[in-house]
Write a protein that binds this ligand. Structure first.
Ligand code: NYM
Ligand code: MG
Length: 208
């Protein structure tokens, strides 16, 4: 039997450097002969993802519950691909996952963390969540947010508080306020360790 790949998730507020780091990890893993694939949620390429994209770009409005469920559906529609890649030995480096789903919706008025978690219960459980953090000062040094929905300081502060509430034993908080290269080196060695530790373990189910 071949060793399975790992499911490694990156979480953090907008502009924390997740996408840059995920892509650098993929390049390095492949260069070192590992099978690795980058996935990102929301996956804006599917039909559901296109709807999410219009919502984020403010070209359509949706009820807050409805958009929450669409984000979740956008993950469920990927799980067959995800599981089969992992079982064939490919490590998935995932840019946002269900934790973003919960943290962003629960930042809105009238939503509990518990309600927000329900639709994602049972998704594949990450072997590790790297949570990239930046102080508000470090964030503002990175320049302004774009004009997508949620890219405002008060929302990002609430999202960061929610991430703290979602942290469990599989999370590692990483201070992202360092150079791209230094952060990459740190993450690469952590990722290699996770791959080593998880290859003989069964993949779990999220929040069960
Ligand atoms: N987002 C992302 C959610 O609100 N719920 C989710 O389930 C996910 C995966 O989408 N501001 C939000 C967080 C981001 C926005 O993501 C787009 P990105 O990584 O900026 O493309
Ligand atoms: Mg963004």
């Amino acid at each position: 039997m071949i060793d399975r790949g790992s499911l490694i998730v990156f979480e953090g507020c907008d502009r924390s450097g997740k996408t840059t780091q995920c892509n650098k990890l993929i390049t390095q893993l492949e260069a070192d002969g590992h099978k690795a694939k980058y996935l990102k949620f929301p996956d804006r390429t599917t039909k559901i993802g296109q709807l999410i994209n219009s919502y984020l770009g403010q070209s359509c409005d949706l009820d807050d519950h409805a958009i929450h469920l669409l984000y979740s559906a956008n993950r469920w529609e990927a799980i067959h691909t995800m599981k089969s890649l992992i079982n064939q030995g490919t490590t998935l480096i995932v840019d946002r996952y269900a934790y973003s789903g919960v943290a962003y919706t629960a930042a809105k008025e009238g939503f509990t963390l518990d309600w927000c978690k329900q639709p994602d219960i049972g998704l594949p459980q990450p072997d590790k969540v790297f949570y990239l953090t930046l102080s508000s000062e470090a964030l503002s040094r990175r320049g302004g947010f774009g004009d997508e929905r949620y890219e405002k300081k008060d929302i990002q502060d609430k999202v960061a508080q929610n991430f703290q509430k979602l942290k469990d034993g599989d999370w590692e908080e990483i201070d992202a306020d360092k150079s791209v290269e230094d952060l990459h080196r740190e993450l690469y060695s952590r990722v290699k360790q996770v791959m080593e530790d998880s290859k003989k373990k069964a993949l779990g189910k999220l929040w069960t």
